[in-house]
Design a binder for this molecule. Structure first.
Ligand SMILES: [Fe+2]
Length: 235
């Protein structure tokens, strides 16, 4: 099994879990990049996993499903209209002979979920490298609890997030902790990768423990402060 990506819009990643002949697609906000990938690799799409309801994560589903009607679409209740199967916290399912576990990860949206498959975490907009999603629900407690779930995952866990926001997240982090050498060093690495047109994802939980201020926030007040400052940050 390998995990690839195609890009969508300006900074979305559509993750593609692939076996020899088949793929599962995560959060296809656009259909065309996925169609191009399937044509190029001559593979069959057997499933779609959705993390949350935002258009840039779901708008490709309808067209993909029309071309691959046998593909199983799985997601939380907030995307029910796209789904063959609704999942919630603690659910497990098999797809393409892989076992997936569902984590409820609300805050960015009310029913946001993430998917664990072995040492891979598909977390949509609940966690980014160096950051986390904007709290559109205003439920800061929910998002803070979600970050605690991520913080308990193993160091080796690879984090496949929904957006390429790493550079601006680290620039923000340095405004809060200007002397943090881990963040400075990682920002240098990230800028080099971006200059080389490489993705900065997946990251790992180990790396995020070092550089993600949101994941490290010690209480709800600190998290709320960081998130509100981040909302104002223009980069
Ligand atoms: Fe989102």
């Amino acid at each position: 099994m390998e995990i690839q990506y195609v890009k969508a819009f300006t900074d979305n990643y559509i993750w593609i879990i692939e076996d020899e002949n088949d793929v599962i697609v995560v959060d296809p906000g656009e259909s065309q990049p996925v169609f191009d990938y399937l044509e190029h690799t001559n593979k069959n799409m057997v499933g779609i996993l959705l993390t949350h309801k935002h258009a840039d994560h779901v708008e490709g589903v309808k067209e993909l499903k029309e071309s691959y009607p046998q593909a199983l679409v799985i997601g939380p209740s907030e995307v029910e209209k796209y789904c063959d199967r609704i999942v919630e916290h603690g659910d497990c399912f098999e797809l393409m002979n892989h076992s997936f576990q569902v984590l409820s990860t609300p805050g960015h949206t009310a029913n946001h979920v993430s998917y664990l498959k072995g040492e891979a975490l598909f977390c949509g907009d609940a966690l980014f490298s160096g950051g986390c999603g904007r709290v559109f629900t205003d439920d800061y407690y929910a998002q803070f609890e979600t970050l605690k779930i991520f913080a308990q995952l193993p160091d080796e866990m690879k984090v496949y997030a929904g957006h390429e926001y790493t550079e601006v997240n680290l620039e923000f982090a340095l405004t809060i902790e200007p002397k943090n050498r881990s963040i400075k060093k990682y920002l240098d690495e990230v800028r080099q990768k971006r200059a080389d047109h490489e993705a900065t994802l997946p990251t790992t939980i180990r790396q995020e423990r070092k550089i993600n201020l949101f994941l490290r926030a010690k209480d709800l007040d600190e998290f709320r402060y960081l998130r509100q400052e981040r909302d104002q940050f223009k980069g």
